[in-house]
Write a protein that binds this ligand. Structure first.
Ligand code: MTE
Ligand code: MO
Length: 252
């Protein structure tokens, strides 16, 4: 900035004036920043992030994930010879003994319809889906696995029609120790499945028998094992790792 110097102001006066202005500017800026900061942290939070910031993150997530994983954008599939053994990782909600005979999937449909208790046989009435994809844990490892099950999409049309209109799906273990919330667009992705087979065999307990979520557009944390209950909602449901500060969407 080239302010023409007033012939009436000495360099000292000018400096004093500038400094005062500088301080004023700084003061107003700081007050605004502190005010803004207090306002931000007084806002409702989600996953430890104030909602206004959360909304920016979510808008980013929607943008990038929409671009990468729209309906036409499938996670890459692999030939059988690439299949690897996947470790069992994370056992929250898997501690209680499981009786496969008495296990039921409790489904609370969207807005009012009567809840249902489904068996694995009910789910197996849907078209079978199999594919081999890379399973990625947020901790930095990944494995190529062949998964078998049914499309979540097909499950909704058959057992919770209309629930596609909900914004989110909540999935919990029977003991409610582990729980995830997933946006509906990702749940309706054609590769998102309710899974009961791994590498051609029935799913083992440590990997989530009798039924787990496999959702290749998300990191492992969202791929909940031993699902006991599914609920639909318009608000983001509680999510185990989002509560610990991880990104709610956890998309790839
Ligand atoms: N019920 C339940 N599901 C869970 C977890 C868990 O602790 N409990 N951990 C998650 C994490 S962090 C990962 S990486 C995957 C691991 O799946 P795997 O054990 O089949 O490898 O399960 C996810 N699903
Ligand atoms: Mo993970």
């Amino acid at each position: 900035m080239s302010n023409p110097k007033s012939p009436l102001s000495t360099p000292e006066q000018e400096l004093a004036q500038r400094t005062r202005r500088g301080f004023l500017g700084l003061g107003v800026g700081a007050a605004a920043a502190v005010g803004g900061w207090q306002w931000l942290w007084s806002q409702p939070q989600m996953g430890g992030v104030p909602m206004p910031l959360r909304r920016v993150l979510d808008a980013n997530a929607r943008l990038t994930q929409g671009a990468l994983f729209g309906d036409q954008h499938l996670a890459p599939e692999f030939p059988p010879e690439r299949i690897q053994q996947i470790r069992a990782n994370g056992d929250f909600g898997l501690e209680a003994p499981l009786d496969p005979e008495s296990w039921r999937l409790a489904v609370t449909p969207y807005r009012g319809a009567a809840p249902a208790q489904l068996t694995l046989a009910d789910l197996k009435k849907l078209n079978k889906l199999d594919y081999t994809a890379e399973f990625k844990c947020i901790e930095g490892w990944s494995s190529i696995v062949r998964w078998g099950g049914v499309r979540f999409r097909d499950f909704v049309s058959m057992y919770a029609p209309g629930a596609e209109r909900a914004a989110f799906v909540s999935l919990e273990t029977p003991d409610k120790e582990y729980f995830v919330g997933v946006d509906m667009a990702s749940m309706l992705h054609p590769q998102t499945m309710l899974c009961f087979e791994k590498n051609g065999q029935p799913l083992e307990l440590a990997h989530g028998a009798p039924l787990r979520l496999v959702i290749p557009v998300k990191y492992g944390i969202k791929n909940i094992k031993r699902i006991g209950a599914i609920t639909f909602s318009d608000q983001p449901p509680l999510d185990y790792w989002a509560e610990e500060g991880y990104d709610y969407y956890a998309g790839l």
